[in-house]
Design a protein around this ligand. Sequence first.
Ligand code: HEC
Ligand code: HEC
Ligand code: HEC
Ligand code: HEC
Ligand code: HEC
Ligand code: HEC
Ligand code: HEC
Length: 558
Amino acid sequence: MRWSLALFSLGLALYVSCQERGESLLVEATYVGDSACSRCHPDVATAYARSWKARSLLPVSPTLPQIENFSQPPIYDSHADFYYRVGWERDSLYVYEYRLRGGDTVYFRKERLDFVIGSGHQTRSYLLWRNGFLYEAPVTWYVRLGKWDLSPGYAGGRNSRFSREIQPPCLACHASGWEVVPWTYNRYHRVGEPLGCESCHGPGGYHVRNPADTLYHWSRWTPSQQMDVCSRCHLEGIAIEKRPGWKPGDSLSAHWVIFLPQRPELGSFGIASHAERLMRSACYQKGGLTCTGCHHPHPSTVQLSYEKRCLSCHRQGCTDPTHPSTGCIGCHMPKGPTSDIPHTQFTDHYIRVVREESQPTPQRPLLLCATEPTPDSAWVGEAYLRWYSEGLREPWVLEKALSILGRNGSSAAFAQALLLSGQPAAARSHLERVGISSKDSSLALLELYGFLLEMTGSPVKALRIWETLMRKAPFYPEARFRYTLLAYQLGQVTVEKAYVSLLKLTQEQPWNAQFHYNAAVLAGQMGRWKEAKNHLRAALAHEPDYEPARQAWNRLPQ
Ligand code: HEC
Ligand code: HEC
Ligand code: HEC
Ligand code: HEC
Ligand code: HEC
Ligand code: HEC
Ligand code: HEC
């Protein structure tokens, strides 16, 4: 019997969300860590420990403050037909995924949770760390509602279960001290600690050696340098890294270009949009009011109330004598639900006279650049492409990306857009025209090129790309996987060798159904049915709906 190898069974969407994400941001050698700071600033360290940030990412352990209710009934995803429950077993926290038929459990999977992300003021999500690979769990605790639900972005048929990769941008905003394995997307040597002193003050090596030098003092920085620090994390949109290595004190727009979808002025605002909202306010534009005008990140003395801060500029509050002289925030900075995270409430930082009339949502909202007035069209095109692949999956968004990138001509993103619109041959020739050199190309780019070569009928060339990638990315199993399958298909390695290679991959990622399935195929071709059966069983234990494995299972010889 012959089974075909599943070459393209996982979505190609993989590439599109990948910009150059391989490198660790912490190349700066002079970060010293919080313990060095607390030696000389113990009072600040104590004050900081009370903030949310100081608990932004924590390992799961019995000492973790428990804010969840573990006795609630399981949640059910009707699209994917899975139940979920979370619970402790001795010192470990697990998520259980299962499926019921009648009263019987016909499928059951259990995964250990290794980290919590989010201090738990709004929500708490969970991460799995396996053999270095970091993934998000499909369930989240929603604090205000006091209930479990699918994680943000998983509802409505988009439950990616245990496969959503936690890539460096996520940790860059939520953690410090993490260390990614070069040439991988989500494999880490260290996942790191909560946000710390140097997340805002920048690398402290110089200051520790020269504490008297005022270079490190916050007040030495311009308002825009100060805003840039907070905006780096609180201006959440479609962020494209122009130049790696931003650190506090650097200009944000020299390193990042950030886009936000045009929204009606009232009502909806995103979870981390504080900076974008504040920057729309006259208090910022005309009054120079920045974040620290109202928030001290680690107050060790009693702070002025928000209202007193308003009154420090607006001597008498509203000039209309009929207006109350207290409660400015309630009227001018109302709380409301966020547009991107379910079940949470945030404070709208667009300080204004809130009027009832809401504008109609434009049918085709534009992406607006929040960091510079006239961004290069290559970034704009790339932003539309990212928007399409990560959020608004509507044809006109892709068309827009294609037309902008097509005019600009130089960008590798154009090739991704062409592929997404079903034109692999055009994508390939575009990449070859702009030049792809294996010397400086990124993981995402080489991978894209390898796929394009396979899709357009150049397997021998593709094999060379996978070989290059395997050398450059020895810790990225997908490269070895592609190489092995293709080399086997081209008759360049024996079935035994190919099987051994896949077997190793299944040990590295035991949860990867595709690796198991293909190992089963090779085992079957050698007549080793026992191994084939084990691999298929493992594949289905992790992905009960993985069709090739199910079919193969039904066709196993007795
Ligand atoms: C060897 C002791 C020492 C260490 C270690 C140290 N500092 Fe300082 N730091 C000082 C002294 C002394 C000053 C000056 C205090 C002053 O001007 O009132 C200072 C000033 C500062 C200031 C400016 C205060 C202001 O008034 O604006 C900041 C911010 C700061 N330190 C942060 C840090 C951080 C973050 C770390 C860890 C990376 C750190 N310090 C490590 C001794 C130290
Ligand atoms: C490296 C990323 C990062 C930077 C830089 C940053 N923040 Fe945050 N901030 C966060 C994250 C993440 C949270 C949510 C933490 C949580 O709840 O888990 C947060 C939470 C907050 C909160 C909620 C209350 C609290 O106690 O933490 C305030 C207020 C805040 N940030 C203000 C600021 C201001 C002001 C600045 C600039 C001086 C700033 N942030 C810089 C990432 C950042
Ligand atoms: C651009 C920076 C940025 C990125 C990227 C980012 N976040 Fe956040 N996230 C924030 C900030 C800032 C907050 C706090 C917002 C607030 O409290 O208003 C936050 C809040 C959260 C919270 C709720 C924390 C609370 O207050 O209880 C969770 C959970 C969370 N993020 C998870 C994630 C995950 C998982 C990813 C990656 C897949 C991610 N975030 C990517 C900046 C970011
Ligand atoms: C969210 C960003 C952020 C983090 C994290 C942070 N700081 Fe600060 N820090 C600031 C800002 C902003 C100021 C200036 C506040 C002001 O002047 O209103 C400041 C001020 C200071 C000062 C001057 C004295 C004071 O209390 O105003 C010292 C010292 C300091 N920070 C040390 C630290 C240390 C040590 C840590 C870690 C334990 C730390 N900071 C964490 C943003 C941060
Ligand atoms: C004019 C005063 C003011 C300024 C300036 C300001 N904030 Fe706030 N912020 C508030 C108020 C008021 C709240 C609500 C506090 C509460 O409910 O206790 C808040 C809450 C927050 C929260 C907690 C989550 C939420 O939305 O309720 C975060 C995070 C935050 N601010 C970040 C920032 C950042 C980042 C900046 C700068 C871009 C900033 N703030 C500037 C007044 C301000
Ligand atoms: C650093 C000074 C400063 C602070 C603090 C400040 N504002 Fe303002 N605000 C301004 C300036 C300047 C303007 C513009 C006035 C003008 O155009 O004449 C303004 C404008 C406004 C407006 C009119 C906005 C519009 O679109 O017409 C409102 C409402 C307002 N502020 C409310 C507040 C409230 C409420 C607070 C406290 C949460 C606050 N402001 C804090 C400086 C400040
Ligand atoms: C009950 C809701 C409410 C409260 C409380 C409130 N305002 Fe207002 N405010 C308004 C409205 C409505 C307007 C618009 C007035 C108009 O256009 O006639 C306004 C206008 C303003 C303006 C802009 C123009 C003007 O009329 O001066 C400022 C500045 C302002 N408020 C500041 C404040 C401050 C500071 C406080 C707290 C001391 C405050 N407001 C409390 C509702 C409120």
